[in-house]
Structures are given as structure tokens and as C-alpha cells.
Design a binder for this molecule. Structure first.
Ligand code: HEM
Length: 408
């Protein structure tokens, strides 16, 4: 079928603008492109429709509608979370669970991420970031994404799960294939699948080994082996689906956030100087970077016929809810298109909203704060290496690389 015929197949009674998924979510674009493109779409209309992998889906662009969808799980289900796959062959836990089952998993996992549990981690998080810094500071330059931003949350995750530090490189490769590559192409989707299978294989081996050793550590994976839901032990497949989700949720997110923040500071001298002169502003600056550079782009599957901003959507169809678009909505934030490091009343939804709001937000905030403080204490004056072609990828939005340099 040609694209025109496909478009005629779209059911579009309210005449929403057309925005195909591969056109708003591209494999490679100039850094910042996705944010600017969502801004155009948001001002054009609250709802767009188009095709995602031959399925009709709806792009929702404004904060009020996106937040409402997150908060109505009985209509907007998590059983499918990307518009390309309304009937996925995988089930990330807890992200792709609804209802009671989801609540049970949140109760089991919640205690690892309370503010007090996370506060106990801080010395180790500082130690890990200082190791990462030691490896780059004296060089006078680095490729920030691979040498700092991905590596840091990676080793924290490995500590959380009790995994050997020497497997960090392997993890980083899988992570790039699952989340970064151009999975809008068939080849990219295949690579993504292969990497997910590899991650599952890794965790499967670990689960068997720890069961065989009757391991008794305090790490999350060892503890999870003894969790029960409704009095029953958790099947190994569910444990694997949980490990895969934790792997994806904890690593790339902090990395993307740190990279956009450093890109911003390397290109906005007044903001960088302010961070150095007033380090107490860092927590507020982090909230503003979370708002301004929000890269998580979830989808939901509609369970009963509904409407969004007057546009009818049928049961079984997918909605796309880019937080990047919500968090720069001028209907919600004054000077939404400006970064204001001490913004007041910053009610962004970078961590989502409703029952699936980010489980790891306390840990994420701590990792970001530690990294911003320690980086600027050690390397306050840095700049972009001239002549680089800065690119970002869609999927979960993120920069591919960022070359920074400083005087040593
Ligand atoms: C800057 C860093 C981070 C951001 C912006 C972020 C953002 C998000 C968002 C928006 C969601 C909701 C997705 C949806 O509604 O479909 C989410 C869910 C989740 N996040 Fe994060 N996240 C970050 C870091 C982390 C970290 C460090 C961890 C754990 C180590 C983590 C664990 C999770 C988990 C387990 C879920 C699924 C929760 C559920 O389904 O109930 N996240 N995150």
C-alpha cells in the first residue's frame, strides 16, 4: 500500500493534522530537533494522527491532555507503551502492568527507592562518580556520553543489583542497542530485539546461579528471588521482565538527562557561571533541566472508546504522550521556552504522573545532583570541542555524543 492509500485509511472525523510516527520520532536529527518539532506540533493542534508501523495512532501534544491520560489508567492502559507495537510480544515489569498486579510490584520495589533508602546510597554514589571523574579529568577532554553519562548510572545500577563491575561495558553496548539505535527501521528493531534477548540471557544465568548458591545479599536481585505476590513466588519469566525494565529505566535516563544538561551549560555561559558561583542553585537547576530536556516519550493503549480534546479515539488504538511536549507547554509554564535555573513552582512531569510515575525518581535526583556538584567542583570551565556535528536520536530522545574539552 502506498502512503497516500494508507492515509486515506486513517479514521479522522475531526480532521486532525497528520503526523506519522516516523516523522516525529526520527533516528538521527540535529541535537534539540525533537523538542523544537514538538513545539511546532503543539501549537498547531492538541491532537495529531498518523501511522505508526501501519497502525493508526494519536499524538497528544499539550500538558493538560497528557497528564490526564497518565492519570486515567482504566482508559489508557500500560499493556502497550510504544505506538509502534499495540500488541507487543514483551511485557516489561512493572511498566507494562495495569491494576492490582502493578500495585503489588510497586509495593515490593518501593522500599528500595524511598528518600531514606536512597540517602544511604549517597556515599557510594559519590565514590562512583569520583571514579568516573578520575578517568577523564586529567585528559582535558572527553566524549561525555560514553565516558561519563552512560557509565555512571550503569555502575550504580550494577551496585544496586549486586553485579560485577567488569560487566559494565557489556551493559553499555546492550543499552545503546535497546534504546538508541534507529528502531524505526526493521534493522534497528531487530538489533533492539537481539539486545533484549542478550540482557534476558545474562539475567537468567544470574538468577539460576543465585538460586543454586542460596544467595543472601541485600541487593535488589537477590531480594527479588524471595518476593511473593498473593502468597506465590514470582515466576522466573516475570523476574526477567523486571530485570530488563530496571536495566532500561535506570541507565539511559540519567545519562540522557546529564548529557542535555552539560550541553546546555557548555553553550550558555551565564548559566554555567551561575552554577559555579552559586552551587546551592543546583537542585533547582536540575528540576529545570528535567522540565526543559524531558526525553521520555511513553505510549498507552486505549481500552474503551474515548476522546481527547474533542478527537474520538477507539479502543485498541495507541496514543503517544511525549513528555517533552507537555513540559514546554506555554499554557502551563511562564516563559516555557526559556531555561530559568531558579524557576519557582516548577510542576513538570518529567517523571510521569499517575500510578506509573517513576519508581527511581529519588535515586535519579540524587545521581544528577552528585554528578552536577562534583563535575563543576573539578571541571568548572569546559566548552564544546569545535566542529562536531551534534545529533540526537528519537525513541527515548537522547544525544548520541558530546565532545567536551577544558584546560588542564
Ligand atoms: C532523569 C532520570 C529519570 C527520568 C526522567 C525518568 C522518567 C520516568 C518516567 C517518565 C516514567 C513513567 C513512564 C510511563 O508513564 O510510561 C518512569 C518510570 C519508571 N522509572 Fe524512571 N526515570 C529516571 C530514572 C530512573 C531510575 C534511576 C530508575 C531506577 C533505578 C528508574 C526506574 C523506573 C521504573 C522502574 C519505572 C516504571 C514504574 C512503573 O511502571 O510503575 N527511573 N521513569
Amino acid at each position: 500500500m502506498t502512503m497516500i492509500e494508507n492515509e486515506q485509511a486513517l479514521v479522522n472525523p475531526t480532521g486532525c493534522p497528520i503526523a506519522h510516527f516516523q516523522d516525529v520520532n526520527v533516528g538521527s536529527a540535529p541535537a534539540g530537533w525533537h523538542f523544537n518539532n514538538f513545539a511546532v506540533k503543539r501549537e498547531e493542534a492538541p491532537v495529531h494522527t498518523g501511522l505508526a508501523n501501519e497502525h493508526q495512532y494519536f499524538l497528544i501534544t499539550r500538558m493538560a491532555d497528557i497528564r490526564k491520560a497518565f492519570q486515567k489508567p482504566e482508559v489508557f492502559s500500560n499493556t502497550a507503551v510504544t505506538p509502534m507495537e499495540p500488541n507487543p510480544q514483551f511485557r516489561w515489569i512493572p511498566e507494562m502492568l495495569d491494576g492490582r498486579e502493578h500495585t503489588a510490584w510497586r509495593q515490593l520495589t518501593g522500599p528500595f527507592f524511598t528518600p531514606s533508602a536512597v540517602a544511604e546510597w549517597e556515599p557510594r554514589v559519590r565514590q562512583r562518580f569520583s571514579e568516573v571523574l578520575d578517568a577523564v579529568a586529567a585528559k582535558g577532554s572527553c566524549e561525555f556520553v560514553s565516558e561519563v553519562a552512560l557509565l555512571f548510572p550503569n555502575v550504580i545500577f550494577m551496585d544496586l543489583f549486586g553485579l560485577p563491575r567488569e560487566d559494565a561495558d557489556l551493559f553499555q553496548e546492550w543499552e545503546v542497542d535497546i534504546l538508541h539505535k534507529e528502531f524505526v527501521t526493521a534493522e534497528g528493531q531487530q538489533r533492539q530485539m537481539d539486545a533484549m534477548v542478550a540482557v534476558m540471557g545474562y539475567f537468567s544465568g544470574l538468577i539460576q546461579q543465585r538460586r543454586a548458591e542460596s544467595a543472601s545479599g541485600n541487593d535488589m536481585l537477590t531480594q527479588a528471588l524471595n518476593w511473593k505476590i498473593d502468597g506465590k513466588a514470582i515466576p522466573d519469566q516475570d523476574l526477567l521482565d523486571f530485570c530488563l525494565l530496571m536495566f532500561m529505566a535506570g541507565l539511559d535516563t540519567v545519562a540522557a538527562q546529564l548529557t542535555y544538561s552539560l550541553w546546555h551549560l557548555a553553550t550558555h555561559d551565564a548559566d554555567r557561571r551561575r552554577i559555579i558561583a552559586e552551587p546551592a542553585i543546583i537542585p533547582s537547576a536540575i528540576e529545570e533541566f528535567l522540565r526543559y530536556y524531558s526525553f521520555v516519550t511513553p505510549g498507552r493503549k486505549v481500552m474503551t472508546d474515548t476522546e481527547v480534546a474533542g478527537c474520538p479515539i477507539k479502543a485498541g488504538q495507541m496514543v503517544y504522550l511525549p513528555i517533552a511536549s507537555a513540559n514546554r507547554d506555554p499554557r502551563e509554564f511562564a516563559d516555557a521556552d526559556q531555561v530559568i535555573l531558579n524557576r519557582q513552582d516548577n510542576r513538570h512531569i518529567a517523571f510521569g504522573a499517575g500510578p506509573h510515575r517513576c519508581l527511581g525518581s529519588n535515586l535519579a535526583r540524587q545521581e544528577l545532583r552528585v554528578a552536577m556538584e562534583m563535575w563543576h567542583e573539578r571541571i568548572p570551565n569546559y566548552r564544546l570541542v569545535a566542529g562536531q556535528d551534534l545529533k540526537e536520536h528519537g525513541g527515548q530522545i537522547g544525544m548520541n555524543s558530546l565532545l567536551l574539552e577544558w584546560d588542564v
